[in-house]
Every structure is written in C-alpha cells, then in structure tokens.
Design a binder for this molecule. Sequence first.
Ligand code: ZN
Ligand code: ZN
Length: 348
Amino acid sequence: MAARGLEWLVVVHWANVYYLTGFTGSAGALLVGGEGATLVTDSRYREQAQEEAQGMRIRVSRQSALVATAGVLSQRVRRGAARVGFEAAHTTVADKEQLARGAGRGIRWVPVQGWMEGLRAVKDPGELATMRLAARLASEVFAEVLRLVKPGVREVDLAAEIDYRMRRGGASAPAFETIVAAGPRSAWPHARPTGRPLGRNELVVLDMGAILRHYSSDLTRTVYLGRAPSRIRRWYGAVREAQEAARQALKPGAAGHQVDAAARCVLRRHGLDRFFVHSTGHGLGIEVHEEPRLARGQRAVLEAGNVVTIEPGVYVEGVGGIRVEDDFVVQAQGAERLTSAPRELLEI
Ligand code: ZN
Ligand code: ZN
C-alpha cells in the first residue's frame, strides 16, 4: 500500500476477506488503513464475526457492509485527497459507485489487482496440512466410488454418490459441480452429469473435489468400461506422459507457461495437441481456480508453497475424452503429489 501511495484499501472478495480475517460470512468487507484493519459486516453476522475474526476490529452495521464501509471512510477521510484502493476484479461498477457516493468527495479511487491473490498463492505449512487432507478425502472417495462404476449406472447417480461421500468424509461442500461424463460426452471437458446410464466399451471421466476446512482439492480420473482398444490406450498413455512431463517441469523458478508447454509438447509428439483444448493446470486453495495458472502466456514464476493441479487431456468429438488430474505442491526439491488415486488406465 505504501509503495502505491494508498492510505486505505477496501477488500470485498469473500476469499480474500476470509484469508485475511478468518470470517466466513457471505457479507463482509475489510477496510485496511488507519491504525490497522476493520472487518465491516451487517447485523446478521455479529456473533459469527466476533467468533471467527478474533483479535480484529469489527464494525457491525444495520446497513450493507459496503454502505457501512463507505460510512467509515467518510468519517476518517475528513480532509479529502486520500488515495483508497479497491479490488478491480471483484468490485462491480454498482458497488464502486455506492462506495464513492457514500465516502464522499475528495477520495482518489485506485484500482488494485492480484495483491491478496499473490499472497494466497504461497501456502504456509498449516494450509498445506489442510490441503493434504482435502486431497486425501477426494482420493478416498474416488476409490470407494470406483466400485459403483459399471454399465447401467446413471451419471447423476454416480455424481450424487461422490458428493454424499465427500460430505460424510468431512467436506463442507463439493469444490465445484462434480463431473461424471461417459461415452461421447466425456469429450466435453466440463460436462454436467445427466440421467444417461453408462454403457459398455465407453470412457468415463470423473472430476471431483472437496472443500475441507475452507480449502479445495481437485481430482480427475478416466476409466474404461471394458477392454480398452489400442487407440484409447495410446491416448491414455500420452496424457499420462504429458502429466509426468509437466510434473518434472514444476519447480521454483519455472514460469507457468513453461510447465504448460512441457505437457503440450508431449501431446504434440503423439499428434494429439489439437485435442488438448484447455490449459495444463491452475492454482488451488481457498478457491478451486486461483493463482498461479499453468497456461500459455503465464510469465509469472512459480515459488515453493504454490499448490497447482496438472490436468492434461485429450478430447475427441464423437469418441470421448481422457483427463488425468492431480494436485501438487511446488517444493525446492521437486513437486509433491497430494492426491493419491492410481494413475494407470483402469479397465472395469
Ligand atoms: Zn478437476
Ligand atoms: Zn482442475
């Protein structure tokens, strides 16, 4: 803030507010500046804020958190000319207008981007311990659900089993809408499960993740119902090889685009790169997609403590898709895998 000449900063994105305060309510803003930081929330969250954001200054208002935040600013910035930062990626135009109207004249609003996200990208040992548990839960649920994957079972029923078992295992929610996609629909990287029953001689993609103690995991496995034809084995082998190449490239000092290129290069060698339609991976933490990104054009350099997925895939329209996704911690001595489900092609 000092480097940008900011006297105040208004943090509104829930994940950033949680990271900085521990508060999990859906309506809250953090005002940083003056003699410290103040968590502003509305009267529904009085007790929750006191319990979760211990040791913080808390201001509870009958108005919305945003209006109350503007009110605090208008009292504190008496002489005007203060520079106040706001989260450009998370403050809507309407929110910004409301802030500006409530805070009054004389404030210079400065958009800031990626500050808290940059802090969140490097996990401390406590966060890593939680993420290991979240990854283990997803891996265990995959192993349990594998017994239910057979012809005749509907995609939606498998997805429901996955969600139920994650909840029973301690998850507060799935980290995203669970994907179970069979046959030609497995070629849709983000397919929604349908009432269609799984058939023989089909690929099935299962993509699941748990939110455990506020941190997410993300795991994908692809199974084949029957004996896989040689073409499918070849594709699967290429995807696994691409994942391994990216894992080896994953180290402190490497840029996100280099890890992405490592996976893409393997698929190109197998003539499959045009079927790899998304990026190689993404950061994982309080949000299921966060910094750093393993994608084309990502010049940001990885650091020890980053947690990312590596999830290359091959998607052939009308035939099916293959994706293998695991979660890794970047460490000085190499990448540590957090998810533990088997990675060879499972034929059921
Ligand atoms: Zn996933
Ligand atoms: Zn993912």
